[in-house]
Design a binder for this molecule. Structure first.
Ligand SMILES: Cc1cc2nc3c(=O)[nH]c(=O)nc-3n(C[C@H](O)[C@H](O)[C@H](O)COP(=O)(O)OP(=O)(O)OC[C@H]3O[C@@H](n4cnc5c(N)ncnc54)[C@H](O)[C@@H]3O)c2cc1C
Length: 322
């Protein structure tokens, strides 16, 4: 049957993949199939947004991890022989894609930032950043399916295409996997979700102590924004959770406003903020690279600029009196 397949663990990521999958399917004169689990009511929604077929994965037992879907997906792929298989590069998606590719004995291009299609060779041309974001690597896959994981928000979400019909098919459970969940513990939450925030206040190594995060948090509160950071703040200093760091190996974000505080603007960080609508930066070094990508910049010490900025925003937004 062939086709362009997509797998994502929520609706937002699925719509982004549907957008790019529809264009590829048209070029290949084939159909788009989207996997779905948990919420079969989304099937019609996915069809309205461009899926020709929705493949509903069976419910899992409480103690089964998402990876238990892999045998089902692999069996279906062996039967249907898709041309292209795109997976959202979420934490779960990355793990599942690698295992599926391994079992299908095909290549996987991970963390793609752009996709092209070679009409002559009917090949997917996948682009990804390498050497810490300093170069773009172009990859084609010699085996089928051509698999790629796509960073969240790389593509705009598909829009509803009006009255469309499609097939909805429930897949049978595969053999139970060997891995079982023995316990679940909620992760300590120190910060909100940065991935969909409209306003992001992002902090870097210019901050001297963990306690000083309170200064940045206050500005975030006044602007109704979320706190994010650079990689060293999350991975080396552990001041904020790993899912809040922005950049090449962290989250790629598209806020309306990004304010970088004490951030140098290395390419690996800037890669994650390029799609922000407005970039502002505070840095005491007037030559800091962050200013090259900023719409507004304040050259100054964050310890004097931040309180003043917070005070002015409070005044302007009527968020309280000093
Ligand atoms: C393969 C690879 C992947 C990576 N992926 C990522 C990624 O996804 N995200 C990421 O963020 N990084 C990533 N990095 C790390 C990246 O290269 C940088 O090291 C990192 O972004 C620097 O963080 P920073 O700007 O907080 O710190 P620094 O580069 O140390 O910059 C601190 C800045 O604060 C300013 N400053 C200091 N004191 C003050 C003050 N009082 N007031 C105002 N300004 C002040 C300084 O002038 C300086 O510009 C990656 C690196 C590699 C090799």
């Amino acid at each position: 049957m062939a086709g362009v397949w997509i797998l994502a663990d929520n609706r937002d990521r699925t719509l982004e993949l549907l957008n790019v999958a529809a264009g590829l399917a048209e070029k290949l004169d084939t159909k788009v199939a989207a996997f779905l689990w948990n919420d079969s009511q989304l099937a019609e929604d996915y069809i309205a947004h461009g899926a020709d077929e929705v493949l509903i994965l069976p419910s899992l037992e409480e103690d089964q991890p998402l990876e238990a879907y892999i045998p089902t997906i692999v069996e279906e792929a062996l039967r249907q022989d898709p041309d292209i298989f795109l997976v959202a590069a979420t934490a779960r998606g990355k793990e599942m894609a690698a295992r599926i590719a391994g079992r299908l004995n095909t290549g996987l291009c991970s963390g793609c930032t752009a996709l092209q299609f070679d009409e002559t060779g009917k090949k997917l041309i996948m682009e990804r950043l390498v050497f810490g974001g300093a170069a773009v690597q172009t990859v084609t896959c010699l085996t089928r399916p051509q698999m790629a994981t796509i960073a969240p928000r790389t593509f705009a979400p598909a829009v509803p295409l009006g009255d469309r019909t499609g097939q909805v098919r429930e897949l049978a459970a595969g053999l139970p996997g060997l891995v079982r969940i023995v316990d679940r513990k909620p992760k300590a939450k120190q910060s909100g979700d940065v991935s969909d925030a409209k306003v992001l206040i992002c902090v870097g190594r210019g901050l001297e102590k963990e306690e000083d995060l309170a200064l940045v948090r206050e500005l975030a509160n006044v602007l109704g924004g979320e706190l994010a950071c650079t990689r060293p703040i999350a991975e080396e200093l552990h001041w904020l959770p790993e899912e809040t760091y922005i950049g090449l190996s962290g989250q790629k974000v598209k806020p309306d406003i990004y304010i970088g505080v004490g951030i140098s603007g290395q390419i690996q960080h800037v890669t994650g903020i390029r799609d922000a609508r407005l970039i502002c930066a505070i840095n005491r070094d007037e030559n800091a690279a962050i200013f090259e990508v900023s719409d507004y910049g304040i050259v100054g010490d964050l310890y004097s600029v931040l309180p003043e900025l917070t005070r002015e925003f409070k005044r302007a937004l009527g968020a309280g009196k000093e």
